[in-house]
Design a protein around this ligand. Sequence first.
Ligand code: ZN
Length: 639
Amino acid sequence: MRVSRRLARFAAAVGVLVAAAGGLAQAAAPITLTVDATEAPKRIFHVTEAIPAAPGALTLLYPKWIPGEHSPSGPITDLVGLKLSKNGRPVAWRRVPTEVWSFTCDVPDGPGALDVAFDYVTPLHAATTASAQIAIVNWWSVLLYPEGPDDNATVFAPTLRLPAGWKYGTALPVAREAGDAITFQPTSLVMLIDSPVLAGAHMKTVDLTPGEKPGHWLHLAGEGAAAVEIAPEDVAHYKRLVAEAQALFGARHYENYHFLLALTDHIPSNGLEHHEASDNRAAERSFTNESAKEVLGTLLSHEYVHSWNGKYRRPEGLVSGVSRDYQAPVDSRLLWVYEGLTEYYGDVLGARSGLRTPELYRENLALYAAGMDNQAGRAWRSVEDTAVSAQLLYDARGEWADWRRGVDFYPESELVWLEADTIIRQKSGGKKSLDDFVKAFHGAPGGGPAVKTYRFEDVVAGLNAVAPYDWDGFFQARIRDVAPRAPLGGIEGGGWKLVYTDVMPELTRAGEEESKLDDFWYSLGIMVQGDEGSNAAEDGVVRDVVPGLPAAAAGIAPGMRLVAVDGRRYSERVLRDALRAARGSKEPIELLVENVEMFKTVKVDYHGGERYPHLERDAAKTDWVSAIGKPLVPVSSKP
Ligand SMILES: [Zn+2]
C-alpha cells in the first residue's frame, strides 16, 4: 500500500520511472524457500523450493546480473545437484543453450507445487561466502525464480537454517524462530535479493541509534571472539556516520538500516550495497590493529551512501530486477555517478564522522590523484569507457592493469566530484556546496525503500539548480573524453597541491602491511609481491608496472621476479636501500630478474630516491578541502 502510493506520487510529479523496491503483490502465492546453511563451514548450502506453477512449459531463472556488482556474476557454475519434481515424481529439465543461467521444464498436470532442490557450493578462497565460523547468505545464489511475473510480484516465504549456536543479522523482518531455523516474513524477490544475512559463531550487534526510529545496527561476525570486540571510540564514529548522513541528505529511504560486517581473513574484503543493509567484509583484526583499521577506512560509509546514491537514485540503465528481471544486461555508463559520487561522499562522511582524520582524508586524495595522474591507460580510454566496461574490469587481471585501466570510475570520479564541489563553493563564496545538490537530488521525501531513476541530463539540471555552470562541458572533458592528465582542479582549487616526497604516506604503509605488496609505484614504477608472504616462490614478483617509468623503460614487465639488487639477494629492504644509495650516484641500479625460467640483468637508470604523493597546502587559496571534511553535526552533541 505505502509503496504503490509512493509510486503514483512520483510518477505524476516528476514524470520519471519510479519502481517500487519492495512491497508484495496482493494475490501472488508465495514460493516456499528453505536454505539449509548448517553445513556452511563445508561451503555447501542445501536449497529446496516449492514453486506454485501452472501445468505446462516453465522457465526457471538463476539471477545473472547481480545488483551492485554491475556484472553477470550470478555464480551459476556453483549451482549443483539440480533436481525438479512434482508430488514426488521427477520432472526433467534442460538448460537453455543460449542462456546458461536459465532452465526449462514441463510442469505435469495436477495439483501441487513444483519442487526444486539444488546445492550451492562456494569456493575455498577467491569469492567465497563462507568460512568455518562465518557465512554470508546472498539469496540470489540460493534460489531459482520463475520467468514471467514482475519481480516485485514474485513473493518468497524464506526459511534459513544455521549451524547450532550461530547468531545472525539481517534487514529481513523475522516471522519466527524455532530451533536452528529462522522463518522470515514473506517478501518480494527484489527485497529478498536486496537483503543478505550475515551469520556466524562469534557475533556482536551494536545499536547505533538506541530508541530511535529508524533503527541502525552494526552486526559484527568474527573468526574469533576477539575480532568482534569493538572499542567505544570506534562505535562513536559509526554513530556519527549515521548522524552525518542524515544531516547531509535530510531524509532516509529505509525502514531500518543494518551494517553487516564480516571480520575474517578467509573471505575476501569487499562491500555490497543494499537499500536497508550493506554486506561488508574486512580483515579479522580491523578493530584491533591500526593498519587493518586504516585499510577498512571508509568501506562502511561508502556502502551506506549507496542507500541514497545507487539504490534510491539509480541510473535508469542499472535498474535490473525492478523494471525487468535479473537476466537482462545493464548499461553502466553512469557508474561515475553511482560509484564515483558514492566514493566521494563515502570519504567525505568518513572525514566528517571521524572514521578518518583530516590528514588521512587528504592522504587518500593524494593517492587517488597521483594514481590517476600516473595511470598510463588514460592515454587511450576515458573514465566513461571504464564505467561502460565495468562488467569485465572488476575481474580483470592485475598484470598490465595500469595500461588497461581498471575500475577508475571510483577514484577518478572522486576527484571530479571534488572539483565540482570546490567550483560551487568558490562561485557562491562558500554559501553553497555539492551538499545542496545531494540534499535536493537524494533527499526528501524519504520513507521505505524506493527507486527513482535518473539520466545524465537530470544530474546536470540538478547541479545547475544549485550553481549555474557549463556542467555538461565539465563532465564531457573529464568523463567522456580521453584526458591525458588527471583532474586535479578540485585539489588545486581547494587550496592544496599534489607533491611528491620521500616520506611514505601512512595509508601506503598500512596498505603494504595488509596487502603484502611493496609499493615502488611513483619511483621505479613497480608494485612487488612482498617478501614476507607465505609463498616463497612469489616473493619479489612484479605484479604490475607503470609503462614509461624507469623499471618498465629498462625492460621489466609484470610477472617477472626480482632475484637480486646490485648483486645482493632481493628483499624490500635491500631495494629501498639501493634507491637511497642511487640518489648520490651516477651508476644505474642493477636488477637480476627471472622471467619464467630465464634470468637477465636489467640496469635501471633512476636516481630520484623513494617517491610518494602528498598534498601540500597552498596558502594563497581558500582551504575548501578542509572545509568539506568538517562535521555538519557538532561532535559533542553526538557522543
Ligand atoms: Zn560502491
